[in-house]
Design a protein around this ligand. Structure first.
Ligand code: ADP
Ligand code: MG
Length: 623
């Protein structure tokens, strides 16, 4: 008896999108079906290790693809786990993948195309068949000894039907009734070509028609000696794994026998964004134990900050009965993680030396991840330090290593510390008033302008015994460091001590609680910056407040010390007008303070300043 079921609403939407679009990519339906067949074969291999009672325990593990050009059907068969009636309903009628539900909940309410978003995040999967077929039958028989065969049928519209099936051996046949315009997929050479492109390294043999030679290569590429594998093969494997259409930036093919045996083939992509149709939507490496896939997305082989690495790890030392759940607790896993992390970091270091252009490309895409590693992986700090790169005031377009900085600072008389400036972007940081005394003395300063840099500081407080110092340090003393360049000597008029004290007092009065104190600067000398904000000793939240602002969190402007530049014309003129300036004086004071906030990347809302700037213009123009 036939039972009719309605697809879950989200699947109906997905089907609608698939039927009406994506024509140029539709050959991927075959990759999806083969990958499901391969998953099913993997699972039976796995169940065989742990269970006794299995239907057709001796069946050969294969995928076979048969075309019938009279009936215009294409059949993809596997001898995998098969499905029970409940499983068919569960897996081919609803999307049950972890994460999808939560994703759909979130996407409710939001505008946009839910279906394309699902494809983007989770892949097309089984339903891609409806790009090429207007009717599909799935005949399946589960490996469980008491299961009955099942037949699932659908035309990809609202509903599907379930009947008693006829399959007599374990596994699944998917029969596609091809659309008029999809008859190309009946041709053997076309099928072979698609398999070679997308499924060459599937571990089980794939036969087309009654061919006796498998079409795919099968042999795990990572188990072959590196000297045997060509660049083309490496890149083709990467592409079939990730569906990235670009070649990888770097690859690591390595094997080791002690202390833990493993083969690893790892790739670093050129971009951190996977392509829309990439089958790999989650982070993690494929983990094999003695050639059997144990986990498709194993995140226990690399630390989080290296989650952009793609590839496979295969170990002879992992016990075969290791379950997907206990992988994590396994001692060998721990050793593997350590070894593989080390390999990746070593490769990066070698590349930075031998192929600096490639390394720069890597850094520009993945630099923040390396900084994240500095923060979260103290064990590998020594390996990560040489990987860091920064722009600097004297080398704004280059990427400077800490070693290069230290080497150059040897030329500066008395310089002990490595100086950095924080800012939202390099161009705002370049205008920071804090840099003035450094420029005047020819001292190089590193730009810390990425969000993660505010955290990096807590892990990078010294390098080879040189402390790292923020240029806004309240106790900054450069009197013994470097030499003042002639043109920065200052002969502009300065205020008498009394007058200066009055200006200082007026600032303090006007700004009140917003600043910790107002003082006269010893380091600001030129006439570029009227003031700067320095961090009081021991203010621990000076970086976190910046991060809150960047993250749009509730943010408080930190209380800082305002330093005035006694040589600057604004300060000088304020002194002259204190008595008669009235509104102009207080408005100017506010603006000096807020400009300093802005240049430090601390202003909560720069647009608020527009009104005051207009008022200042009116006053200046004498209205
Ligand atoms: P995914 O493979 O990512 O889980 P799919 O849409 O490709 O998503 O497949 C949905 C589910 O249907 C699979 O997870 C699996 O449980 C089941 N399935 C599909 N094809 C087969 C098959 N050939 N043998 C056994 N189960 C299958
Ligand atoms: Mg699938």
């Amino acid at each position: 008896m036939t039972a009719t079921y309605t697809f879950q609403a989200e699947i109906r939407q997905l089907l609608h999108t698939l039927i009406h679009s994506l024509y140029q990519d539709r050959e991927i339906f075959l990759r999806e079906l083969i990958s499901n067949g391969s998953d099913a074969l993997n699972r039976i291999q796995f169940e065989t290790l742990t269970q006794r009672d299995i239907r057709d325990a001796d069946a050969e593990l294969v995928i076979r693809i048969t075309a019938d050009s009279e009936a215009n059907t294409l059949t993809i068969s596997d001898t995998g786990v098969g499905m029970t009636r409940e499983e068919v309903i569960d897996h081919l009628g609803t999307i049950s993948k972890s994460g999808v539900r939560a994703f759909l909940e979130q996407a409710k309410g939001a505008n946009g195309n839910v279906a394309t978003d699902i494809i983007g995040q989770f892949g097309v999967g089984f339903y891609s068949i409806f790009m090429v077929a207007d009717k599909v039958e799935v005949h399946t028989l589960s490996y469980l000894p008491d299961a009955e065969p099942v037949l699932w049928t659908s035309t990809g519209e609202e509903t599907y039907e379930i009947d008693a099936g006829t399959r007599t051996t374990r596994g699944t046949d998917v029969i596609l009734y091809l659309k008029e315009d999809a008859h190309e997929f009946l041709e053997t050479y076309r099928l072979q070509q698609i398999i070679k492109t997308h499924s060459n390294y599937v571990a089980f043999p794939i036969f087309v028609g009654d061919g006796e030679e498998p079409v795919n290569q099968q042999k795990a590429i990572w188990r072959r000696p590196a000297s045997d594998v060509s660049d083309e093969e490496y890149n083709a494997f990467y592409k079939s794994l990730t569906l990235d259409f670009k070649d990888p930036l770097l690859r690591i093919h390595t094997t080791s026998d002690a202390p833990t045996q493993y083969y690893a083939l790892l790739y670093l992509p050129t971009s951190r964004e996977p392509s829309m149709f990439s089958p790999r939507k989650e982070a993690g490496l494929q983990l094999y134990a003695r050639k059997i896939l144990i986990q498709d997305y194993c995140t226990d082989l690399l630390p989080d900050y290296l989650s952009f690495v793609q590839g496979a790890v295969d170990s002879e030392d992992l016990p075969l009965n290791v379950s997907r759940e206990t992988v994590q607790a396994n001692k060998i896993m721990h050793a593997l993680k350590k070894a593989i992390t080390g390999k990746v970091l070593r490769q990066l270091k070698d590349t930075s030396k031998n192929e600096p252009e490639v390394y720069i490309q890597f850094w520009e895409e993945f630099g923040p991840f390396i900084k994240q590693g500095m923060i979260t992986d103290p064990e590998n700090k020594e390996r990560l330090l040489p990987l860091l790169r920064f722009h600097s005031t004297t080398h704004p377009d280059a990427l400077v290593t800490l070693d290069e900085y230290v080497e150059r600072m040897q030329e500066v008389k008395g310089q002990e510390a490595i100086y950095y400036v924080l800012g939202d972007t390099q161009s705002t940081a370049a205008r920071s008033p804090h840099l003035e005394p450094f420029r005047a003395r020819g001292i190089e300063v590193l730009y810390f302008t990425e969000t993660v840099d505010s955290f990096l500081i807590n892990s990078l407080f010294e390098y080879n015994d040189h402390p790292l110092k923020n240029v806004d340090d309240a106790d900054l003393d450069l009197s013994e460091v470097g030499e003042l360049q002639d043109n920065s000597q200052d002969d502009s008029p300065t205020l008498e001590e009394d007058a200066l004290e009055n200006v200082r007092g007026r600032f303090e009065q006007a700004l009140g609680e917003r600043v910790k104190a107002v003082r006269i600067s010893k380091v600001l000398t030129g006439t570029t910056s009227p003031a700067r904000l320095v961090s009081p000793e021991g203010s621990i939240d000076r970086h976190t407040q910046r991060v809150y602002r960047m993250l749009d969190r509730e943010y408080e402007v930190p209380q800082k010390i305002l330093e005035l530049n006694p040589h600057h014309p604004i300060i000088f003129n304020l002194g002259q007008h204190l008595a008669d300036g009235g509104e102009l004086v207080d408005t100017a004071i506010e603006q000096v303070y807020e400009n300093a906030l802005l240049l430090d990347g601390l202003h909560p809302n720069p647009a608020d300043m527009v009104e005051r700037i207009q008022r200042l213009m009116e006053l200046a123009l004498g209205r």
